[in-house]
Design a protein around this ligand. Structure first.
Ligand SMILES: Cc1ncc(COP(=O)(O)O)c(C=O)c1O
Length: 453
């Protein structure tokens, strides 16, 4: 239950004024934004200073996998702060060792060594560095429809338009098309065709780039921000085979898809694939303290057994972050949070979204698994023309802005990206909360429907 919220608009105005005066926000024209002042959060909800409460269908930035303010994780952070608030990364520290053990036990295959970072982008940076040093090659292949973070290498690997302003075009990155049947780059009509053609395209790209120049292929196991496109059966195992054939390191980015979101600890389990390196962050400790990392296979770890790994971070394996990870993983086990995500996806969220798609002309496709779903909104179901153009802004983006505003009016905080809304609640969301969210989406989609033709 959310505690009784006493509105305090004056306090909210002060928070907002200081924010506007001094906080420089990510990805924004500073003068054009109007951030909501948040007064508190608990479980699947947060609220503002005016007494408005929102069901969070974004999990923050898709990371509060156990919801806000889980008392056991909060207590673990408090206890760790009292015991040993920080310690440098070169030492063996109990809570760091334990976090690494718990993570390694859950990652697939022989990914048994953990390099800790402060977040996802740093995990990607270090995975790429490891792959380059391991192979002695420089190029990295990544998918056009992808997001890998905002640091220098990670943003260059990213496919989505947030890359454009920082794209050096020389970071050793080559992009290719990964499978996405609904908007097939290969004119495919079946999942099987899409899979075969995507694999052939990848192998052609490798042949023409020069297999001996390619250090790694990086893919989100299930691409997240780019649209939650579950890969067709056989694709990821096909990529695994291609990597083995050419001695290329296979990196799976599970920063968003990992730690329960797809209804398994890691999305790779759905596809029977084990990468050489796996990046994680977000759900590892529900973002209560910044933490990310790379899970490293035996083969790559061996490269750095007697040769130093030339990379590090002051806060690598920070005790507070690791304590939050240990407690989060324990809570996820005890409260069967991963199982809940799978069951909610199969029995409530997936069927509920499909039912909305049947009734709303603006919903072109529903796709996803667990608590990881996208609604692809269209102007017309036949032509599949997106409800707004790719990377639309201002007036061109008005239909999606109207959809988002309608969702908020109905008490739902929606994830909106281009012509899509993603339903990505906490992995421990209840069936009743999901039903509440579906009702709010229903109302908001009626507004999107007005823009169909
Ligand atoms: C798949 C993926 N990789 C990497 C990142 C970057 O993570 P961070 O923002 O923690 O640097 C994100 C963030 O959304 C992500 O979704």
């Amino acid at each position: 239950m959310t505690p009784h919220v006493v509105p305090d608009p004056q306090a909210g105005a002060a928070v907002k004024a200081a924010d506007r005066a001094h906080v420089f926000h990510s990805w924004s024209a500073q003068g054009l934004i109007d951030p909501l002042a948040v007064a508190g959060a608990e479980g699947s909800y947060f609220w503002d200073y005016d007494g408005n409460r929102y069901l969070d269908f974004t999990s923050g930035l898709v990371y509060t996998n156990i919801g806000y303010q889980h008392p056991k994780v909060v207590a673990a952070i408090q206890e760790q702060a009292a015991k040993l608030a920080t310690f440098a990364p070169a030492f063996a520290v109990d809570v760091r060792s334990e976090a690494a053990r718990l993570i390694a036990e859950r990652t697939p295959g022989d990914l048994d060594k953990i390099f800790f970072t402060n977040g996802g982008a740093e995990a990607v940076e270090n995975a790429v560095r490891m792959a380059r040093l391991h192979t002695g090659r420089h190029k990295v292949l990544s998918a056009f429809r992808s997001y890998h973070g905002a640091t220098s290498t990670a943003i260059n690997l990213t496919g989505d338009p947030r890359r454009w302003a920082s794209d050096t075009g020389s970071a050793g990155v080559v992009r290719f098309w990964a499978p996405f049947l609904y908007r097939s780059p290969f004119y495919a009509e079946t999942e099987q065709q899409e899979c075969e053609r995507a694999l052939a395209h990848l192998e052609d790209t490798i042949a023409f780039e020069g297999p001996g120049t390619i250090a790694a292929i990086i893919l989100e196991t299930v691409p997240g921000t780019a649209g939650i496109m579950t890969p067709p059966p056989g694709y990821l195992t096909g990529v695994r085979e291609i990597c083995d054939k050419y001695g290329i390191v296979f990196v799976l980015d599970e920063v968003m898809a990992g730690f329960g979101r797809t209804g398994k600890w890691f999305a790779a389990e759905h596809f029977d694939v084990v990468p050489d390196l796996l990046t994680f962050a977000k759900g590892v400790n529900s973002g209560y303290v910044p933490l990310g990392g790379v899970a490293i296979s035996e083969k790559i770890a061996a490269t750095f057994e007697t040769r130093p790994y030339p990379g590090g971070l002051t806060y690598s394996g920070h005790p507070l972050a690791c304590a939050a990870a240990v407690a989060t993983i324990q809570v996820m086990e005890d409260e069967k949070v991963v199982e809940n995500a799978a069951r909610i996806g199969e029995t409530v969220l997936g069927p509920g979204l499909r039912e909305l798609a049947e009734r709303h002309p603006s919903v072109g496709e529903v796709r996803g698994m667990g608590v990881f779903w996208a609604l692809d909104l269209v102007r017309n179901k036949e032509t599949r023309e997106p409800l707004v153009p790719y990377n639309a802004a201002g007036e061109a983006n008005a239909p999606m802005a109207a959809f988002g505003a309608a969702a908020k009016k109905n008490g739902l905080w929606p994830f909106v990206n281009m012509n899509r809304t993603h339903a990505v609640p906490a992995c421990n969301v209840t069936a009743d909360e999901v039903k509440e969210g579906l009702a709010a989406l229903d109302a908001a989609l009626t507004v999107a429907d007005e823009h169909t033709v």
